[in-house]
Design a protein. Structure first.
Length: 227
């Protein structure tokens, strides 16, 4: 029994000695230890910052039948009475909804369509048959363009009515020529077959608001009171 007690005493003394040595070493090398942990925190902060920076990089999407089906499935799920509070569309899905909503003539006139998501706005780029848009208000400019030209349209989108998001282009580059503001709406109408200079994008009837980010477009469900 005494031998056991002695073992416990020696063990306690040994633990105390180890702790004392560790404390002395920690105090002696405190500056280096502080630098080490500081470097870890800096490295972690850089990783987080890099991740945030990557998440803010514009995302490019292309239309496809698969992406269209996926977007329509998400829309249908959110339209259910017990549907999700939010739905996020990818750039591919948004591009597919846009192309699906324009006139058949415009669908034939546009090629190599891409949609790029930015913060609070997005851009559509495509190769277009110039003659398909001559009636849209290009005037003499049409004779300065090649038969096929690259267009880039950009603007923000808003929910102003049930089941539709209005994408309102405020910039339109036709080949090397930026179109004046007065011409943008007529040319957009030529593409969409509309009259208000906007692209109408199908969204769930339950959506009350949306937010465009580089990572995707988020639909927000309306409150029960319709707000």
């Amino acid at each position: 029994m005494i031998r056991g007690c002695l073992k416990n005493v020696f063990a306690m003394v040994g633990c105390f000695t180890v702790l004392l040595v560790a404390a002395i070493a920690a105090w002696h090398y405190r500056d280096r230890i502080d630098e080490f942990f500081h470097s870890l925190l800096v490295a972690e902060g850089e990783v987080v910052a890099q991740a945030e920076e990557l998440s803010n990089e514009p995302t490019i999407g292309r239309p496809s039948q698969e992406a269209l089906r996926s977007a329509l499935r998400k829309n249908a799920e959110m339209e259910r009475s017990n549907g999700n509070a939010t739905v996020v569309l990818t750039a591919d899905e948004l591009a597919s909804l846009i192309v699906d909503g324009i006139t058949p003539q415009a669908q034939e006139a546009l090629d190599s369509v891409t949609v790029t998501l930015f913060e609070d706005r997005f851009a559509l780029s495509a190769v277009v048959l110039t003659q398909a848009l001559v009636a849209g208000g290009l005037g003499p400019l049409a004779f300065m363009l090649a038969p096929r030209e690259r267009i880039e349209i950009s603007g923000s989108a808003h929910v102003r009515r049930e089941g539709v998001a209005d994408w309102e282009p405020d910039a339109f580059q036709f080949g090397a020529f930026p179109l004046p503001q007065t011409v943008i709406a007529p040319v957009v109408n030529q593409i969409t077959g509309g009259t208000d200079g906007t692209f109408r994008i199908r969204i769930p009837t339950t959506v009350g608001d949306l937010r465009i980010r580089p990572s995707g477009v988020t639909f927000y469900r309306r409150d029960d009171d319709g707000a």
